[in-house]
Design a protein around this ligand. Structure first.
Ligand code: NZQ
Ligand code: ZN
Length: 388
């Protein structure tokens, strides 16, 4: 196990009617709020009404900025930064999923910076200051509600890039599983794949002696595997929705990173797909992750065999570690498929003509990933391996 520092200061307020606490929580940090949301699901399903009632109850002023798209865009971030300045806003409240929360985080950084906020995404500049952000989560997936990162798309040049800083960890995350009852099955499944990917990025490590975090990773994966099929059958299964929502947070709040080095190549490879083709992050990962596994598993057969046995319950063939390892990859891919997720590029209607460009962007800063560092040629081969 490696040395580590762990602190996650995001206050989690979890459970039924939790959104009614948003006014009280927000008033701890600000007096004039930017209420940031997406394409309208919160208005359609009543979350918006509960949130504004709670803000009004404690006398908070708010200015709205809706319209965040999945794979959130830089242009709206810039509009948010302008609004914050014009209206003297001192707190940003994101009501939605990873896209809304990431957009809020980018506004929080840009509003404290004289230059172009994209500088932080394009260059390796340290974030020195950010406004406080709070969240009401409506989809368990990205884990942005208590993570240190934000991912934004710049349409000019088709870039999807991230920033990371302790300063953008939200102050609080309000998580009521009932708010996720309205998710279409496709979005639930995308979220489940993303959650599993966050765990697997950490699980496939070269760090030795990480027994506790291995076991925590396995428990989180098994919780998703058991509960997602339940909610796809019954959208209002509170118990299962609650397990998924909490697992989504655990998967990406930093706990599973402790003492180990994660990989993160699959996320890099996927971000190039969503940058150009605007696919849902989870759907892109359902294609990329098993392909990455197939490409690298021989680097550590024992770890992949452990994954197969402990996560998927494969009866190991002790004389054939390769077979055992492959069974875990096969099960992962079959599970994604069973959720209605794509597992090949044609299912996402992605052609082969931009593999070179995507692989070049993905490896622009050097080989990608830590478990097996991948060159541009490796990344091209991974894209090619999922052409059918
Ligand atoms: O826009 P609205 O109308 O709200 O609809 C959204 C959106 O269309 C809908 N939705 C959300 N909650 C709903 C709902 N529909 C019905 N009922 C509800 N309760 O779901 C759609 C997807 O929302 P989005 O926010 O895009 O999903 P997600 O949370 O998966 O976020 C994806 C983004 O997060 C980034 C991804 O790259 C992607 O851009 N990520 C952010 C990370 C982070 N900041 O730590 C880490 C992740 O690895 C990821 O890269
Ligand atoms: Zn992700």
């Amino acid at each position: 196990m490696q040395n580590f520092v762990f602190q996650n200061p995001t206050r989690i307020i979890f459970g039924q009617a939790a959104e009614k606490k948003v006014g009280e929580q927000t008033s701890l940090y600000g007096s004039k709020v930017l209420l940031h949301y997406g394409g309208g699901s919160i208005k359609k399903y009543g979350t918006y009404q509960s949130v504004i009632e709670s803000l009004e109850e404690v006398g908070l002023e708010y200015i709205e900025l809706g319209g965040v798209k999945p794979n959130p865009r830089l242009a709206l971030v810039k509009k948010g930064i302008e609004l914050v300045e014009q209206e003297d806003i001192d707190f940003i409240l994101a009501v939605g999923g990873g896209s809304v929360i990431d957009s809020a985080k980018a506004i929080a950084v840009g509003a404290c910076y004289e230059g172009d906020v994209w500088d932080f995404f394009a260059k390796d500049i340290t974030i020195k200051k950010a406004m406080p952000v709070g969240t009401v989560l409506t989809i368990p997936a990205a884990g942005s509600e208590s993570s240190t990162s934000a991912v934004i798309t710049k349409l000019t040049g088709m870039y999807k890039k991230s920033i990371s800083s302790e300063l953008i960890r939200p102050k609080f995350a309000i998580m009521n599983p009932e708010l996720t009852f309205t998710l279409p099955n496709y979005q639930t499944a995308c979220g489940a794949v993303d959650i599993m990917a966050h765990v697997m990025e950490r699980y496939f490590t070269n760090t030795k002696n990480v027994e506790l975090t291995d076991r925590l990773c396995e428990a989180t994966l098994k919780t998703i595997i058991d509960n997602v099929p339940r909610v796809l059958k019954d959208n209002q299964d509170y118990a299962a929705r609650a397990e998924i929502m909490w697992a989504g947070n655990i998967a990406h709040n930093g706990l599973l990173d402790t003492g180990r080095v994660g990989d993160w190549a699959s996320h890099g490879i996927e971000h190039e797909l969503s940058a150009i083709y605007d696919v849902a992050h989870g759907a892109g990962l359902a294609v990329v992750f098993p392909a990455w596994m197939n490409y690298v598993y021989q680097h550590d057969l024992a770890r992949f065999a452990q994954f197969a046995v402990r996560v998927w319950g494969i009866d190991p063939d002790l004389k054939d570690l390769d077979w055992t390892a492959c069974q875990g990859i096969k099960k992962t891919k079959e599970f994604f498929s069973s959720l209605g997720m794509p597992v090949s590029l044609p299912e996402l209607e992605i052609p082969a003509d931009k593999f070179e460009e995507m692989a070049a962007k993905c490896t622009a800063a050097g080989p990608r990933g830590n478990f097996v560092p991948l060159t541009k040629e490796d990344v091209v081969k991974i894209y090619q391996s999922v052409l059918n």
